[in-house]
Design a protein around this ligand. Structure first.
Ligand code: F3S
Length: 471
């Protein structure tokens, strides 16, 4: 049976696609090996979000090809390119990477990966023959609870994709053209998968999609009546889903990632406040605060809407940590826009914040806009905001000292609290080796920039020796 090696790049949504591919490979009796050296097939699951993601993807493809050349396996080891870059650029790449790649598969082919591999391995590629291109047009696939999947995250923390695709018109983003229109799973399907995860020992379920707050709304079109996120007749909605997930027996967190601000409602705020298993954490990319920029970005929000929403979230969900991202250097951005954004960051004091430099992406409307900002200016604006946030984050972390916190142990001596999502946020360092995957009560004893130092609750600080100090 074939041995397959897989490199997964990009975001958590792509990682779930990789997990689905691995699940199907296992189901077909194929084995997945960590070392490409032993593999009959190498799959690179690519990202195509911005230029640097494309460069990284191309780098991995070329390296995989170079390695099989070094091992003199060219010809009998197949190289498959999957994921967002294949979905978007397979026609161009089939020409540019004619010799390097054997097949391109798109987002809708993840469940067919095993028969595709069998076919590739069963035939010789003739000299000069073009790579096989199996990428369909627009992506429409969405996994279900019974889709074979092999989790690539630690046992205690899982991503659960509740919807796929995006209907937003953001002028800087290429993802809707790659991932297609928004389509939600049913509440029943998501709950069935969550129950299974909890049975398997998962302690943190990270709900993901391109826009988690739009969950279910795509199915509302067919129903009579006005379209409103507060309409309780709407059965398929994020609030319904959260309440049903919260009712599952067990000790676990539900974490909301990728929520678009336009679809928040008071009902959602109330639901999070009333559901103790939903982490006091929201990830809500805002991208800017200046009305001029929000308009040009087509974010379907305004500065006053965002300010009011954050105030309502903070008032309605005590202790909530808000994570957001901003883009600097978007076409037409001036110093007054950046001043307004800096002042907004300074006064709002986001618990978690990332800043991106705008990237001019082929195929987006923003790429064709006039007044593109020079790289140096983008860089200076990015540094200014990052410096500001670093000091805010440091103060917020220092303010945690002396508090008690419930943390989830990720690895020996390293944990995360409710306010920290996996891979993107800070960590809590512990001097003990509590079992990985356990919740532990700790007292915060110190802070280091974005991270916290802690002791098990009740232990004296005099015996403090942090995991970092011990390393
Ligand atoms: Fe994710 Fe990159 Fe695709 S960010 S959705 S893997 S373009």
């Amino acid at each position: 049976m074939a041995k397959v090696s897989l490199v997964s790049l990009g975001c958590a949504k792509n990682l779930v696609d990789s997990e689905i591919m691995v699940g199907h490979l296992h189901q077909a009796g194929m084995s997945v090996v960590p070392d490409a050296d032993q593999a009959d097939v190498v799959i690179v699951n690519t990202c195509s979000f911005i230029d640097s993601s494309k460069e990284e993807s191309i780098g991995h493809i070329l390296e995989a090809h170079r390695q099989r050349g070094l091992r003199k396996r060219r010809g009998n080891q197949k190289l498959i390119v999957a994921g967002c870059m294949a979905q978007r650029f397979s026609k161009d790449l089939a020409v540019e990477l004619h010799d390097e790649v054997d097949a391109f598969i798109g987002l809708d082919e993840v469940t067919r990966v095993a028969p595709i591999i069998e076919e590739l391995l069963g035939r010789e590629r003739a000299a000069g023959e073009a790579p096989v291109n199996l990428v369909q047009g627009r992506s429409t696939y969405i996994p279900d609870y019974d889709t074979p999947r092999f989790r690539l995250t630690p046992r205690h923390s899982a991503y659960l994709k509740i919807a796929e695709g995006c209907n937003h018109p953001c002028t800087f983003c290429i993802i809707p053209r790659i991932r297609g229109r928004h389509r939600s799973r049913t509440v029943e399907s998501v709950v069935a998968e969550a129950r299974q995860l909890v049975r398997e020992g998962t302690r943190e379920i990270n709900l993901i999609s391109q826009d988690t707050t739009f969950f279910g709304m795509d199915t509302w079109e067919d129903r009579p009546g006005p379209r409103s996120p507060v309409d309780s007749r709407r059965g398929t909605a994020l609030t319904t889903l959260l309440r049903e997930l919260n009712a599952i027996e067990g000790d676990f967190w539900i974490r909301l990632l990728y929520t678009h601000p336009a679809h928040w409602s008071d009902e959602l705020i109330r639901t999070i406040a009333e559901c103790p298993k939903v982490a006091r954490y929201v990830d809500m990319p805002l991208q800017h605060i200046s009305d001029r920029m929000l308009e040009r970005m087509q974010r379907e929000t305004s500065g006053s809407y965002i300010r009011d929403l954050i105030a309502r979230i903070r008032a309605g969900i005590p202790g909530i940590a808000v994570r957001t991202t901003f883009i600097v250097g978007f076409p037409g951005e001036n110093e007054a826009d950046v001043d307004e954004l800096a002042e907004f960051i300074r006064t709002t004091r986001f618990e978690r914040l990332g800043v991106f430099r705008y990237s001019q992406e082929e195929g987006t409307r923003a790429a064709k806009m006039e007044e593109q900002i020079p790289v140096k200016t983008k860089e200076a604006r990015w540094h200014r905001l990052m410096k500001l946030q670093r000091s805010i984050a440091g103060e917020l972390a220092a303010a945690q000292v002396g508090r008690k916190l419930r943390v989830l142990v990720d690895e020996p001596g390293v944990a995360r609290g409710e306010a920290d999502a996996p891979d993107i946020d800070g960590r809590v360092y512990l001097p003990i080796t509590a079992p990985v995957g356990d919740f532990v009560e700790v007292s915060i004893t110190g802070s280091e920039e974005y991270d916290l130092l802690a002791l098990p609750a009740g232990q004296s600080p005099s015996v403090r020796r942090t995991a970092r100090q011990a390393q």
